[in-house]
Design a protein around this ligand. Structure first.
Ligand code: FE2
Length: 403
């Protein structure tokens, strides 16, 4: 029996003896009824406040969570591997099985020996459907990932931040209350929502934050609660949302620029709503994309890749900007649903302006494995359906070109 990981301050990440997958929910998910109610529909276009981070520069280091031996292991190996996938919150009557298949494969990857084992999971949002309720955290997060013996970081998706309305059966709960409790706690410890499972709450400094790890930094943004578009700023007065996140992004890109240019780390942006998407529901998000671009231009640094969820399928685009090729990868395929792209899409590759949809979208559950040694960055998608071949892209970080 391998010993479980213990992080800094006694943090725990997984069960030492994870039991078999549960086949039903402990708490029946009834919030879809409210989600489809006329009352909620009247309120669904209301943006919610963004909780301010706990400190001015909301960033944390993987070394805040994992001990020196673990971090030196990554450094000695000369590369880091991590997982990413959004929309894991299986909430449908079909039960937890779609999410369990993905989560079990991810946990299985951890048994790989040495440096190829993922160091953490960065979740690009929609952890809990439909309203980020604390009472569903066991069924949709803690139980499915009970064997995932590594830290899990997350930025909220729209469902994590959506709020209940004023109704006899659905009390008003401030936006992101359970998300903050489980991912942005001031100190590690047990979660009241984990049903006794062993995973300490995560101690992110905010719902938007940078994770610095050996060889990689991930700047995570929170794109609010609408089905679409994703919103991270006022967009010049159009939305009642402050511009702090765009300023944060610009400052973080400027901070990371010398490290990136010295070949010390890859820089990724993660945001729930995809800037580029050919899904059938929301598509890409122009205002969000322009906000990110403006921050990159001001800072003089483009991210090496942009990771998103929200659309329930796998999509990979290449965007060409200022001589660089940047993968924009959408993987909202973590278990909630697998939804086809918009109809009438021509076969890939499809180029519109500076953007190419490189692959035909994959409509299947699955997840991303990201590997970087700060010279190359590889993003691979693997499906929980073994009949679906994997996809992968590698960027030469110095040249900024896909190899
Ligand atoms: Fe979403």
């Amino acid at each position: 029996m391998t010993k479980n990981l213990i992080g800094t301050d006694g943090r725990l990440f997984g069960e030492s003896h994870p039991g078999p997958d549960e086949t039903g929910f402990q708490v029946d998910n009834t919030s879809v009824r409210y989600f489809n109610s006329p009352y909620y529909r009247r309120h669904k276009d209301q943006l919610q406040p963004v909780p301010p981070p706990r400190r001015d520069s909301p960033r944390m280091n993987l070394a805040d969570v994992l001990d020196d031996a673990f971090i030196s292991g990554i450094k000695q190996a000369g590369k880091i591997v991590f997982h990413a996938v959004g929309d894991t919150g299986a909430a449908k009557r079909s039960g937890p099985v779609t999410e369990a298949r993905v989560a079990d494969l991810m946990a299985g990857d951890l048994s790989v020996k040495g440096a190829l084992a993922p160091a953490f999971f960065f979740h690009p949002g929609d952890v809990i459907y439909y309203f980020g309720e604390g009472r569903y955290y066991y069924d949709q997060f803690y139980e499915p990932f009970r064997a995932y013996d590594r830290p899990i970081f997350a930025i909220p998706g729209n469902h994590d931040g959506m709020v209940f309305g004023r109704d006899a059966d659905v009390p008003t709960i401030p936006t992101l209350k359970a998300f903050l409790r489980n991912f942005c706690a001031a100190a590690p410890g047990p979660s009241p929502d984990a049903g006794g499972l062993m995973r300490s709450v995560m101690t992110q400094p905010g719902v938007y934050f940078t994770l610095d790890a050996p060889f990689v930094s991930i700047i995570g943004l929170y794109s609010n609660v609408l089905e679409g578009p994703g919103v991270i700023s006022s967009e010049g007065g159009r939305y009642p949302v402050p511009d702090d996140q765009v300023q944060f992004l610009e400052l973080e890109l400027a901070r990371l620029k010398p490290l990136r240019q010295a070949g010390e780390r890859a820089v990724l942006v993660a945001v729930h709503h995809p800037p580029l998407s050919v899904d059938g529901k929301s598509g890409g998000t122009k205002g969000l994309s322009e906000d990110i671009d403006a921050a990159c231009r001001k800072a003089g640094l483009w991210p090496d890749a942009v990771l998103s969820g929200h659309a329930h399928l796998y999509q990979r685009f290449t965007r060409r900007v200022e001589g660089r090729e940047i993968p924009y990868v959408v993987s909202g395929s973590g278990g909630f649903a697998a939804t086809p792209p918009r109809s009438g899409l021509p076969p890939a590759p499809v180029t519109v302006g500076s953007v190419t949809l490189v692959k035909n979208p994959i409509v299947a559950f699955g997840y991303l494995t990201v590997t970087t040694d700060a010279r190359n960055l590889t993003i691979a998608f693997g499906s929980s359906n073994p009949d679906i071949p994997p996809d992968r892209v590698t960027v030469d970080l110095k040249r900024g070109l896909i190899v």
